[in-house]
Design a protein around this ligand. Structure first.
Ligand code: BDR
Ligand code: CA
Length: 312
């Protein structure tokens, strides 16, 4: 199985990404989970990550708390999407498993340095603060990382946090800039991609009907999360953003992808956090990011159903 670190700010869609990965042990080995301040403050994202590993009955997967705030900006959270807890909709018990003592950034550096070259893939599902800090602290990790696969950004679709910027990149644009220009192979799932695989109430009904506890609680939290669109969009279907990262690791052939030059605006007042994607290669600059553009929704949702319902 491919070894991955999941860096996350759960978040219902983060929880789906984690459950999807933990339900796929034949393909993915989750070495550890690192948390960051994002959708809700760090104390809650950490607690939520522990709740999710316990829901999957995988308390052996260690959870490390990382950075509470972005590198330069102040933290902006998203309770308006995810609820006060970050995981509203699910009734999960207080975690019995403690968070690890080591700081997430220290653990990330130590783990990547101890692994062989190209062994570890880092998946970021929130602001990229922890990974950027790890790269700053120990640049020798950069050539050792196999690939960074992230949910973030938007170009033809614009942004969801501001007209120009997607939430994860907007919260910590400096961190994203650091990672995109680090030289590490980067694959990005922007909202252009995540909006092409929308979760429907029918699919949630099927997930619920599989009867496993993980599937049931996942469906409960998704129902809360899907309400967010009610006042903005005409349909009940919603993108399940972060799960697109796990889907890519498991089934890259169902994604339309293009290698592009990508940078992040870190200096303008109106467009800070915007991912500038050179889709048509008009700059001629060296292509640094594999940009995911579209997903085939049917195989994506079939696979996610199979893997999440395989959990207890
Ligand atoms: C991203 O922002 C967060 O609210 C979600 O968890 C996802 O990572 C979508 O823009
Ligand atoms: Ca997230």
């Amino acid at each position: 199985p491919r070894k991955i670190i999941i860096d996350t700010d759960p978040g219902q869609d983060d929880a789906f990404a984690i459950l999807f990965a933990l339900g796929s042990p034949q393909d993915l080995e989750v070495v550890g989970i690192t948390t960051v301040g994002g959708n809700v403050p760090l104390s809650l994202t950490t607690k939520n990550a522990l709740k999710v590993v316990e829901l999957a009955e995988r308390p052996d997967v260690p959870v490390f708390a990382g950075c509470p705030a972005p590198m330069v900006k102040k933290l902006m959270t998203a309770e308006y999407v995810h609820g006060e807890t970050g995981l509203d909709g699910a009734e999960l018990p207080e975690p019995a498993t403690p968070v690890q003592d080591e700081h997430a950034v220290n653990w990330m550096v130590r783990t990547i340095m101890a692994a062989s070259e190209g062994e570890i893939t880092v998946c970021t599902l929130g602001p990229m603060t922890n990974l950027a800090m790890a790269m700053t602290m120990e640049p020798r990790i950069i050539p050792r990382i196999r690939e960074v696969v992230l949910m973030g950004g938007g170009f033809f679709e614009g942004g969801n946090a501001t007209p120009a910027a997607e939430f994860n990149i907007f919260v910590d644009p400096h961190a994203a800039h650091k990672v995109f220009h680090s030289g590490v192979p980067v694959t990005m799932a922007p909202i252009d991609c995540t909006y092409t695989a929308q979760m429907t109430p029918e699919w949630l009904g099927t997930l619920r009907a599989t009867g496993s506890r993980a599937a049931l609680e996942a469906a409960n939290m998704a129902e809360f999360y899907c309400q967010y669109g009610d006042h903005k969009f005409p349909t009940k279907a919603r993108p399940i953003h972060d799960a697109c990262v796990t889907g890519y690791l498991l089934s890259p052939e169902i994604y339309e992808q293009r290698q592009c030059y990508v940078t992040v605006d870190i200096s303008s007042s109106e467009t800070i956090g915007m991912t500038v994607v050179d889709w048509w290669h008009v700059t001629g600059k060296e292509k640094n990011v594999n940009v995911l553009r579209r997903i085939e929704p049917a195989p994506f949702f079939d696979l996610m159903l199979e893997r999440i319902s395989a959990l207890p």
